[in-house]
Design a protein around this ligand. Structure first.
Ligand code: ZN
Length: 276
């Protein structure tokens, strides 16, 4: 079991966690609460000077941890798969401008297409952009999603599959983002986190909690401590691999987005210190 967390030096929060706030407000308020890192969702950059936004995060004393998100490679037509590759190329340019060292990949799936075919298209799509990512010095993190999203969001649903894909691609620029929300149920989780670490592929660690009942498949994630996920135990497995990066709070929640974001941010920091 990991040691309790005593400060916010490893606390990163995703912009989408406080979706109602423009990124400028999030930067100011995160910094005021002692948050140390920020993962930026691409929608938060709409209409902004991306490089200036990245500098503003740094001037506020925070690291840009990653850009969310690339991926969504599978598609039914060649043209649509090429459009996805082009969009990932734009994401690499955006990450470079922002100063983000990592792009998180939600890999994609097509509802009536076999998962095996989608996985091949994911591998092909990632391989098509590796050279550009390497030239820009930006790593790509495959995020396996919970199997409830296997129809449309990710044909990669376990850490074993993500590790296998990394092994097949075999590039130092391609690794994994481990998100407790997606992986906590997996009986292989401890072993696959260990394997991921041994491969040098553990690039990011995302936290939140699993509410009961979950009332929305996408936007009802819980605050740490509200649900079933043994976050501290999983963090322990992650840290045993030598992982020394941020603990990234990523909460999509209609109920929290409907409330006061400043109050919510205070609760995030408290929950992080008590339950992560
Ligand atoms: Zn995540």
């Amino acid at each position: 079991m990991a040691q309790p967390i005593t400060d916010t030096s490893k606390l990163c929060i995703h912009t989408i966690t406080v979706k109602p706030w423009p990124i400028e407000t999030a930067i100011d308020r995160f910094a005021a609460h002692g948050v140390s890192g920020m993962t930026v969702w691409r929608d938060a950059l709409q209409g902004r000077d991306i490089a200036a936004t990245g500098r503003r995060i740094g001037e506020a004393g925070m690291d840009v941890v990653s850009l969310c998100r690339g991926g969504f490679f599978p598609a039914e037509t060649e043209a649509a798969r090429q459009a996805a590759i082009d969009d990932n190329r734009r994401a690499i340019d955006e990450a470079a401008a922002l100063g983000a060292p990592l792009i998180v990949l939600v890999c994609g799936a097509v509802p009536k297409q076999p998962l095996v075919l989608s996985r091949q298209q994911i591998q092909d799509g990632i391989e098509a952009v590796i050279d550009q990512a390497a030239a820009a010095g930006i790593r790509l993190g495959i995020e396996p999603l919970h199997p409830m999203y296997a129809d449309s969001r990710s044909a990669i649903t376990t850490l074993r599959q993500a590790n296998d894909l990394c092994a097949a691609i075999d590039s130092p620029w391609v690794g994994v983002a481990v998100d407790v929300y997606h992986l906590w149920w997996d009986p292989e989780l401890e072993a696959q986190i260990g394997r991921c670490g041994e491969m040098g592929k553990l690039f990011a660690f995302h936290i939140c909690d699993w509410r009961t009942p979950t009332e929305d498949l996408l936007n009802d994630r819980g605050l740490m401590g509200e649900g079933s996920i043994p976050i501290r135990q999983i963090r322990g497995w992650v840290e045993e691999t030598g992982f020394n990066g941020f603990n990234e709070v990523e909460i999509f929640s209609n109920r929290y987005w409907a409330g006061d974001q400043e109050q919510f941010l205070g609760r995030i920091v408290d929950a992080y210190l008590q339950h992560s």
